[in-house]
Design a protein around this ligand. Sequence first.
Ligand code: ACO
Ligand code: ZN
Length: 165
Amino acid sequence: MSATSNEYIIREAKPEDLDAVIRLNRENLPENYPPYFFKMHRDRFPKAFLVAEFKGEIVGYIMCRVERGHLYTKKKPLGKQGHVISIAVTPRMRRKGIGTQLMLKAMKALREIYGVDEYYLEVRVSNRPAISLYEKLGFKKVHIIRGYYRDGEDAYLMAKTAEKD
Ligand code: ACO
Ligand code: ZN
């Protein structure tokens, strides 16, 4: 599919996409990171760092990391976790399924390429759009992290088992 059609495409982020990703992150989320943080995650986990492109413009991204630790979904005590660090879609392109597709494709890469046992993320307790997106994908609230955000807001830790299918 060509990037100039009326459809959006989801693809792996290239180094030259990172400025646009950083801009989207700053415009759409209070949780911002220095440029090296984006570069490091793209370099280390390129198959799970995706962008949505529409008419040649980056309109969404998802950035993930693979960790080893105690599993929230408790299939076994220790395992590999796919941590969704950050996802955003530009306001005019929301509610078209882009967030869902970014999540599904990143989850597939985390499972099939990086071999994770589960996915997890933190989300503001007030962030209804994001919480309902994650719930639709089968994520469950595991617990609340009190005062997780800089402004004092609590986070839900949400997780889902990575099924091998
Ligand atoms: N109100 C209620 N439910 C919503 C809303 C909303 N405004 N937006 C999305 N949803 C839910 C709905 O169930 C929706 O399905 P439906 O449209 O069939 O009803 C479902 O999520 C899927 O929506 P998508 O169209 O796939 O999601 P979208 O492309 O709009 O992206 C996102 C969702 C990424 C949360 C977007 O709203 C956004 O960028 N928000 C600002 C940034 C943000 O909050 N990111 C998440 C922070 S947490 C983290 O990064 C780990
Ligand atoms: Zn996190």
